[in-house]
Design a binder for this molecule. Sequence first.
Ligand code: MTE
Length: 331
Amino acid sequence: MLIKRKRGWEIKESEITPERYFLDRRSAIFGLAGAAAVAATGGIGRTALAQAKNAPQTSGLVAPELYPAKRNEAYQAGRDLTEEKVATSYNNFYEFGTNKYIADSAQKLTIKPWRIQIDGMVEKPIEIEAEELIRKMPVEERIYRFRCVEAWAMTVPWSGFQLSELVKFAKPAGDPKYLRMQTFVRSDEARGQRQDWYPWPYTEGLSMAEAMNELAFMVTGAYGKPLPKQMGAPIRLATPWKYGFKSVKSIVRFSFTNERPRTFWEGLAPDEYGFWANVNPAVAHPRWSQATEEIIGTGKRIPSVIYNGYGEQVAALYKDIEGGSGRKLFM
Ligand code: MTE
C-alpha cells in the first residue's frame, strides 16, 4: 500500500500563491503600460518578466535528447513552479556581470566542447566531455525549492542526477573529507572575469557527507530542456537546503580533498558567507534579515524555514559540527 506522508517541504495549500493573484500580476506587467508599470510595481523578478520576451532560446545545448526527463515524484516542492521565463531571466552569474540580467551575455559561453576534470583523492584522475558524462548518468527531473541569500526564492523543475552518482563514477580514494567544485575561467567569453579583484574561478565545496546526501543534485536541465547557459550550462549544482550561492554553475573541475575548500564568497567576505551556509531564518545575514523571502515573479513574501524545509533529509548532517545551531554553521 502506498502511504502518502507529508514531507517537511510540502507546505500548506493556503501558503501557495493563488493562480489568480499570479495572473493579475502578470497581466499588469505585460500590459500596455509595459516597462513603466514594472518600475511602478517594484519587487523582485518583475523586471525579469518584462525582459523575458527577449530571453534567448535554448538551442545548441548539451545532450538535448535526454529531455524532458522522467520526473521523480518523490521530490515535490509544495509550491507553485516559478514561471520559466522568470527563472531564466533573473540570474546571478558574476562571470557575466553583477546585475541579474545577464541572460544575453551568457550566450557567449561556448559549452561544446566542455571538458570536465575529476581529480585529487581519486583512484585515477579523469578528464571527460560533459556530454559523455551526462549520458552515462541516470538523468531524472526533480522539483526543488531554491532560496538565495538575497532573500528571494523560486521553485524549479531541474533535470540531472544525484551527485552521489558522480562520486561513484569518480572512485574517491583515501577517504577524502570534501568535494571542491570550480567554474571555468575564460575572460574572453565572460567579461565579468576581467574584473580581477574577484577571486576567480568561482569555487564552492561540500563536505563528503553533504555531497552524498540524496538531495545534492547535479543539474543538467531545467523546465524539461537542457540547462540554459545563464543557469549554468552544461552542469551546475543544486543543494536546495542551502543558500543559492552554493549552487556553483558551469563546473569544469571536481576535486576530492581533505582541505576545506576556500569558496568564492568566503574569499570576498568571510564574515558574511560561511562554508556551511544553510538556510536559517533565525540567523540574519550581516546586511539583511533571512526571516522572509520573496517568491520571484509574484511579489509574494512568505516566512523562510530552517533548511528551506528539507530538515528531515539534512538536519542530521550538522548535529556534530562546530558551532551547533549558531552563526558559524549557517552563514
Ligand atoms: N556560479 C557561478 N559560477 N557564478 C555565480 O556568480 N552565483 C550563485 C550561484 N552560482 C554564481 C554561481 C548565486 S549567488 C546564486 S543565487 C545562484 O547561482 C543563482 O542561480 P540562478 O541564476 O539559476 O537563479
